[in-house]
Ligand binder design. Structure first.
Ligand code: 5RP
Length: 246
């Protein structure tokens, strides 16, 4: 019998399925909740032949999707993504997220910010009023000691993520991650400021989800962001004019 947390993940993943329509390009997240969604999506594709194209956010999700028989594409074939379904570590009341405890934040953001709809799957325990928790920051190994010194001024407990035998954790992109516990009062500002540090490649601060599906052991409730859904990449108006993505 599955435990409460597994049931909650399953119910959130199940609730994401109706958002997927024939012919869509779907971004596949990374992590234990996203994995459940990938398996459910693959089963639906086998039953209904929706002709989906999928873009994965990590080597793990790519392998899993390929094994399950989903058709994988790259950005070469998918300039804009219809919908992304991913997990998160923390979700604030204003639909900002902390992501990246699974180490896939860079590719996750590349995909999420180019999607028309970003759907996030979580359990109740990840909801907060304000964004607070570990902010994972992907950094170039060459610059990691310098970036760690700089980030330590903002977060005293910031440290390099380690894997087995105390060696640095290496992302799918060959980089390191600094984990910085922080209270994030202005997510967009902190995201921009951290990325201004040379050597910082991406942060786990995501400034908008469109739909948050909050699973529990008996079902799922839906939180809808009232702000108009449009790819985050295009929130910069001069870019929006130049990138004719729709
Ligand atoms: C990976 C992530 C994951 O989505 C996040 O860590 C949540 O994972 P899980 O569903 O296993 O709790 O951001 O980089």
């Amino acid at each position: 019998m599955a435990n409460t947390s597994e049931l909650a993940k399953h119910n959130a993943a199940l609730a994401a399925l109706p958002y997927i329509r024939p012919g869509m390009t779907v971004g596949l997240g990374t992590g234990s909740t996203a994995n459940i969604f990938v398996d459910l999506l693959a089963a639906r594709e086998r039953r209904e032949h929706l002709g989906l194209k999928c873009i994965a956010t990590s080597e793990n999700s790519e392998k899993q999707a390929a094994r399950a028989g989903l058709r994988l594409v790259s950005f070469a074939d998918a300039p804009m993504i219809d919908v992304v379904v991913d997990g998160a570590d923390i979700v604030s009341a204003d639909f900002c997220l902390l992501k990246g405890l699974g180490g896939a934040l860079l590719r996750e953001k590349c995909v999420a910010y180019r999607s028309k709809k970003f759907i996030v799957l979580v359990g109740e325990e990840k909801l907060r009023r304000k964004l607070e928790g570990i902010v994972p920051i992907e950094v170039l190994p060459f610059a990691a000691p310098a970036v760690l010194r700089e980030i330590s001024k903002l977060s005293k407990r910031a440290k390099l993520r380690t894997a087995a035998a105390g060696r640095p954790f290496i992302t799918d992109n060959g980089n390191y991650i600094i984990d910085a516990p922080m209270r994030v009062s202005n997510p967009a500002k902190l995201e921009a400021e951290l990325k201004y540090l040379p050597g910082v490649l991406e942060t786990g601060i995501f400034t908008r989800a469109d739909i948050v599906l909050v699973g529990n052991k008996t079902g799922c409730r839906t939180l809808k962001n009232k702000k108009q859904a449009r790819p985050l990449l295009l929130t910069c108006s001069c870019l929006a004019k130049q990138l004719d993505c729709f």
